[in-house]
Design a protein around this ligand. Structure first.
Ligand code: SAM
Length: 281
């Protein structure tokens, strides 16, 4: 039996049946357009061997499109009513039982997903999109690529390169694990209810690790410090760590970094070079 997708009328009637009033606090804007879901799946380049993890499946619009491309999806949904309804909707759309696992949990609290996921594809709840994405990249190294829909402003920040206005903590941290690519914009009209922000798709591909976990933590600490005081030069931001701005200047120069620049022009590789240099002291 082939798997059919959800349309606008069915999304609305499911919501009515569940007496669901979409909660802003949970970022509940459901996709009512099957073409958008298929576009996301195409962009994620999923094959039958993939185990896809979806965060926030909601009423199942994207979940069903994912299940057309692979027979293994783990869906993490915080809302009990939606988590209970999803297997019923999936079965009535032709999804065999074993292909969909539902974890009725807060994604931020998920540390284990049975059967190593290989891809992450999600229309993320906007209020937690960055922490959810970064924590999944950290916790699940088996995820090698994915596509997420997020608020356009966040998408731009995630994909920003050093020196650009939007480059900041999310850009630098995401780049530790992945190449992030701003892939496409999504019309507000594909959602119910219509959100008051624009949405975009970000594709990510994991690259070779820049270092071990200890180095990552030290690097992220340097990133947080640098962007906590964006306007300051690195030598004064890191004076505290090195015990003086003169010492910081010498150390930065020996790591190959101009001590008068600001964090916003530094790539994650350069932050890692400073962290390595700190290690050698
Ligand atoms: N994937 C569906 C779609 O595209 O129609 C729904 C996307 S909606 C933007 C976000 C979904 O994430 C909602 O179903 C919401 O209940 C769920 N959600 C919100 N916060 C969550 C969290 N911390 N962990 C897991 N799911 C969450």
């Amino acid at each position: 039996m082939s798997i059919s997708l959800l349309g606008a009328a069915e999304v609305r009637s499911l919501a009515e049946q569940l007496d669901l009033h979409p909660a802003k606090s949970l970022g509940q804007n459901f996709v009512i357009d099957a073409n958008t879901c298929q576009k996301i799946v195409r962009l994620a380049v999923i094959s039958q061997g993939d185990h896809v993890v979806e965060i926030g499946p909601g009423l199942g619009s994207l979940t069903l499109a994912l299940l057309q491309a692979t027979n293994q999806v783990s869906a993490i949904e915080i809302d009990n009513r939606l988590a209970k309804q999803l297997p019923i909707t999936a079965a009535s759309h032709g999804v065999p039982d074993k292909q969909l696992k539902i974890l009725n949990q807060d994604a931020l609290q998920v540390f284990d997903i049975p059967g190593n996921p290989t891809k992450l594809v999600a229309n993320l709840p906007y209020n937690v999109s960055v922490p959810v994405l970064l924590s999944f990249l950290e916790r699940f190294p088996s995820i090698t690529s994915g596509v997420v829909m997020v608020q356009t402003e966040v998408a731009e920040r995630l994909a920003a390169k050093p020196g650009s206005k939007t480059y900041g903590v999310p850009s630098a941290k995401a780049a530790w694990w992945c190449d992030m690519i701003l892939a496409d914009s999504v019309s507000r009209s594909v959602f119910w209810p219509v959100p008051n922000v624009d949405s975009s798709l970000v594709k990510f591909i994991r690259h070779e690790p820049l270092g071990d976990e200890a180095l990552r933590r030290r690097t992220f600490d340097l990133v947080d410090r640098a962007f906590g005081q964006r306007r300051k030069m690195l030598r004064s931001i890191y004076a505290e760590i090195y015990g003086g701005s003169g010492e910081a200047e010498t150390a930065l120069i020996s790591a190959g970094i101009d001590p008068t620049i600001r964090g916003e022009s530094l790539s994650i590789e350069k932050f890692a070079a400073i962290a390595k240099q700190l290690d050698r002291r």
